[in-house]
Ligand binder design. Structure first.
Ligand code: AMP
Length: 210
C-alpha cells in the first residue's frame, strides 16, 4: 500500500499513521519526525530546517523533496509506505507523482483527516510531545507510551499555531483538490475516538485496490 495522509496540524495524523502503518505493515515516513530527529542530532539538514520550523513555515522544497526521494529508496519502502506530512504543497505533490511514475509505483490512495479550525487550535495548544519517542499527549507530565519527559513543541505555541494554520490553508489545502482530481482522495472525519477514526480509515482503505 502506497499511501499519503493529509490533514491540518493537530488532526491526529501522526497517531493514526502509527496504527495504519502497523496494520498495513508499511513504514511510517513522517517528514516532521525526520526534521526533528535531524535537529536533535544537530545535522546540517537539521540546521537548514530549524528556522523554518520554529516559525511554522515550510522548509524549502529543494531540501524536503531530496530528503523524501532518498527516504523512499530505503529497503523498507519497496512494498509500500505511509507518507505523513508530505506533500505539503502542490509542487511537492507533483514531485512525488514524478518520483513514483519513474518507478512505475503510483499512489493507491490519499487519506484526508478533516477537522474544523477551532478544534485544531484547542488541540494543538494543549498538545505535549515526548522527548524520547515523539508520541503526543495531553494533560500529563510523563509520556503515556514510554514514560519519557514531555515538552511543548516550539511550533505548538499560540503565535506559531496561527502561522501554521495560514500555511496549511494557503499551501497545503490545495493538494486536496489536486488528489481529488486524480481520483485518489478519501476523506475521514478526525473527530471522535482514536480507535473509531482508525477503524473508519481502515474500512475506507480496504475498498482501494492494492
Ligand atoms: P509536522 O510534524 O508534520 O507538523 O512538521 C513540523 C514542521 O516540519 C512543519 O511545520 C515544517 O516546518 C516542517 N515540515 C514537515 N514536513 C514538511 C514538508 N513536506 N515540507 C516542508 N516543510 C515540512
Amino acid at each position: 500500500m502506497r499511501l499519503v495522509l493529509v490533514g491540518p496540524p493537530g488532526a491526529g495524523k501522526g497517531t493514526q499513521a502509527q496504527f495504519l502503518a502497523a496494520h498495513f505493515s508499511i513504514p511510517h515516513v513522517s517528514t516532521g519526525d525526520i526534521f526533528r530527529a535531524n535537529l536533535k542530532a544537530g545535522t546540517e539538514l537539521g540546521n537548514q530546517a530549524k528556522g523554518f520550523m520554529d516559525r511554522g513555515e515550510l522548509v524549502p522544497d529543494s531540501v524536503t523533496n531530496e530528503m523524501v526521494k532518498d527516504r523512499l529508496t530505503h529497503d523498507d519502502a519497496v512494498n509500500g509506505f505511509l507518507l505523513d506530512g508530505f506533500p505539503r504543497n502542490v509542487v511537492q505533490a507533483e514531485v512525488l507523482r514524478a518520483i513514483l511514475a519513474d518507478k512505475k509505483t503510483p499512489l493507491h490512495a490519499v487519506l484526508e483527516f478533516s477537522l474544523a479550525d477551532e478544534e485544531i487550535v484547542a488541540r494543538l495548544s494543549s498538545r505535549r510531545t515526548c522527548r524520547d519517542c515523539g508520541a503526543p499527549s495531553v494533560g500529563v507530565d510523563k509520556c503515556p507510551t514510554c514514560g519519557g519527559d514531555v515538552y511543548q513543541r516550539e511550533d505548538d505555541k499560540a503565535e506559531v499555531i496561527t502561522r501554521r494554520l495560514e500555511v496549511y490553508a494557503e499551501q497545503t489545502a490545495p493538494i486536496i483538490s489536486f488528489y481529488r482530481n486524480e481520483g485518489l482522495l478519501i476523506s475521514v472525519s478526525a473527530v471522535g475516538k482514536v480507535e473509531d477514526i482508525t477503524a473508519h480509515a481502515i474500512s475506507a482503505l480496504s475498498r482501494v485496490a492494492q
